[in-house]
Design a protein around this ligand. Structure first.
Ligand code: PXP
Length: 240
């Protein structure tokens, strides 16, 4: 069965709206884990708009499943990651003005600096994943840079409106999953996935894990976080 990584950033987004102590994403992580999450994912952004350094430190101490730290490849954040030692680092592109991660990491054009960071993480036994668009050149560069995983950005699939566009995006994802596996990379995916559009993604070959945030946290406002995680787990169980 495909594993579920629950991205809890938006619990912190709500807390930061008032700069108070609630809702605490650390509590959220425990609830998600008890409901069946296989991985807890957080993005420590340079502008600290949601997740704070304190959250990452506490999550490292309390999360029992895999802890996946999403981050841009900046020296300050790389140092923090090396200190915290999450189980996995997912390197993402990061722009201050964006609402969420827009597009995949350009591994081809940032090859050397990414290679240095992957090397640092490897020494500390931290697995590295590259969050990339479904493109062959980015996959090949991710393998050469020494990453263990790629995470395919599913945003274009999620935003596709016509049946034809959806099919094209799915076919593209099938082909990049196959290529990744062929050259020894492990495969994750995420971004923009919902309780509806995730069903087809579950059929992708070699897919190990999906990272899902916005849709789960949105549903949790109405049904509670446990139920929202269990509902998503049920879909992954049924369709993968
Ligand atoms: N994977 C990565 C690398 C991301 O940056 C995000 C968004 O933070 C997600 C998955 C989850 O995306 P969404 O919140 O749209 O489910």
């Amino acid at each position: 069965m495909i594993k579920l990584g629950v991205n809890i950033d938006h619990i912190a987004t709500l807390r930061q709206a008032r700069r108070t102590y609630e809702p605490d994403p650390v509590w959220g992580a425990s609830i998600a884990e008890l409901a069946g999450a296989d991985c807890i994912t957080v993005h420590l952004r340079e502008d600290r708009r949601h997740i704070q350094d304190r959250d990452v430190t506490l999550l490292r101490q309390t999360v029992q499943v895999k802890l996946n730290l999403e981050m841009g490849n900046s020296p300050q954040i790389v140092d923090i990651a090396c200190g915290v030692k999450p189980d996995q680092v997912t390197l993402v592109p990061e722009k201050r003005e964006e609402v969420t991660t827009e597009g995949g990491l350009d591994v081809v054009n940032h090859f050397e600096s990414l290679k240095q960071s992957v090397k640092k993480f490897k020494k500390l036994d931290i697995k590295t994943s590259m969050f990339i668009d479904p493109q062959n050149d980015q996959i090949e560069a991710s393998q050469k840079v020494g990453a263990e995983f790629v995470e395919f950005h599913t945003g274009t699939y999620a935003n596709a409106l016509s049946e034809e566009d959806v099919d094209n995006e799915l076919n593209k994802l099938v082909s990049v999953c196959e290529l990744s596996h062929k050259i020894g990379l492990r495969v994750n995916a995420g971004h923009g996935l919902t309780y509806k559009n995730v069903q087809a993604v579950c059929k992708l070959p070699y897919l190990e894990e999906l990272n899902i945030g916005h849709s789960i946290i949105s549903r949790s406002v109405f049904v509670g976080l446990s139920q929202a995680v269990m509902d998503m787990k049920q879909i992954l169980e049924k369709y993968s």
